[in-house]
Design a binder for this molecule. Structure first.
Ligand code: FAD
Length: 318
């Protein structure tokens, strides 16, 4: 079933969904099952699985020179999605990025998903690779998520890249996109980011999942700005609890989000790691409760391997 159908069906009830990362190469599928076994009691209608582009590493050769090698550390997104659907009977949402894909590879990946019965996809651009200062697409790849959304929408009408294909089987993808309550870091301002978000919706995006945020006011303002600019698709807030002191700096650096004063002060004052974690969990619970009271269609938690914490938060809002 499509994510938007789940959101529509739930009417006034706030759903809970989760996002998992594929294990590092060499890891086991059991780690995903362990996480999800523990979270199934919350009846998530869908589970997102992130996609990770290849990275460059510099390996030292016996000669002393360094060799540039490309490696994908977390492969397996599509396999994990299929395994989740098979084991739990829950819809899986693979993330699909522009980075590392030519348009034809994108088309083939979409065909694989479609044949597996996966009709949901979160369409993203992806970030710059390590050691690159900006996002570089493949020569024949998409530069922006907007172009990926357009390609998926075309396939949904039966149009494939090869124009000789007549009466192509239309895919049935429900297309999610990313939204940024505090704007995407490359955008010159919120209005510009909103403009391109609207373009993605006009091109066929069915719903938005947001970047994490720690100040609900930013989310409410983002929703208001979307509605005022004519974006009427469902907007799902993405939430991640802070559980370690160093995340006070690493989260803003990596995700370009601000933290409210009260929250920062409480973390700074926390006497040890346990106390920091407690503050982070309580903050996320308070955020979740306020969002639920405001009628958001779904609370989407980034688990990032921290099952117990996310479980405690989901339990306190269910
Ligand atoms: P885009 O929509 O392409 O936007 C990128 C920037 O370009 C923005 O500043 C936008 O305003 C601007 N822009 C957009 N279209 C145009 C245009 N036509 N002309 C000029 N400017 C334009 N990354 C991963 O690698 N794997 C994941 O699994 C993953 N999951 C994510 C899940 C969520 C919910 C979120 C919020 C992010 C996720 N990301 C993931 C990170 C994401 O790939 C990055 O934030 C990336 O930098 C931007 O992706 P996007 O889809 O928002 O890009």
């Amino acid at each position: 079933m499509k994510v938007t159908e789940h959101l529509h069906k739930s009417k006034d009830r706030t759903l809970v969904s989760f996002e998992v990362l594929p294990p590092l190469k060499g890891g086991s599928m059991q780690s995903i099952f362990n996480t999800l076994d523990a979270l199934m009691e919350f009846k998530p209608p869908f589970i997102d699985v992130t996609y990770h582009r290849e990275e460059f590493l510099y390996k030292k050769r016996p000669s002393g020179y360094y060799e540039k090698a490309s490696i994908r550390k977390r492969p397996g997104t599509v396999g994990i999605c299929a395994a989740i659907m098979h084991r739990y009977g829950v819809d899986a949402v693979p993330h699909l990025i522009c980075g590392g894909f030519t348009v034809e590879e994108t088309e083939n990946a979409l065909i694989d998903l479609s044949f597996l019965g996966i009709d949901n996809v979160l369409a993203l651009r992806g970030d710059a690779r390590q050691f690159e200062d900006k996002f570089i697409p493949e020569d024949d790849g998409h530069k922006f998520a907007l172009d990926l959304v357009k390609q998926i929408s075309e396939m949904n009408t039966g149009k494939y890249l090869d124009q000789n294909i007549q009466n192509g089987q239309p895919s049935e993808f429900c297309i999610g996109i990313a939204g940024y309550p505090e704007k995407h870091f490359e955008s010159p301002n919120i209005a510009s980011d909103l403009h391109f978000t609207k373009e993605k919706v006009k091109a066929g995006a069915d719903y938005i999942v947001t970047q994490m945020f720690f100040d609900n006011q930013k989310f409410f303002e983002f929703v208001d700005a979307c509605r005022a600019s004519g974006i009427h698709v469902p907007i799902v807030p993405g939430l991640k609890p802070l559980t370690k002191r160093y995340q006070l700096n690493s989260i803003p650096r990596k995700f370009f989000v601000n933290m409210p004063d009260d929250f920062v002060n409480a973390i700074v004052k926390a006497k040890d790691d346990e106390a920091v974690k407690e503050v982070g969990i309580e903050w996320c619970i308070a955020q979740s409760r306020e969002l639920k009271a405001a009628g958001v269609p779904c609370l989407h938690y980034y688990t990032m391997g921290d099952t117990d914490t996310v479980k405690r938060i989901a339990a306190s809002v269910s």
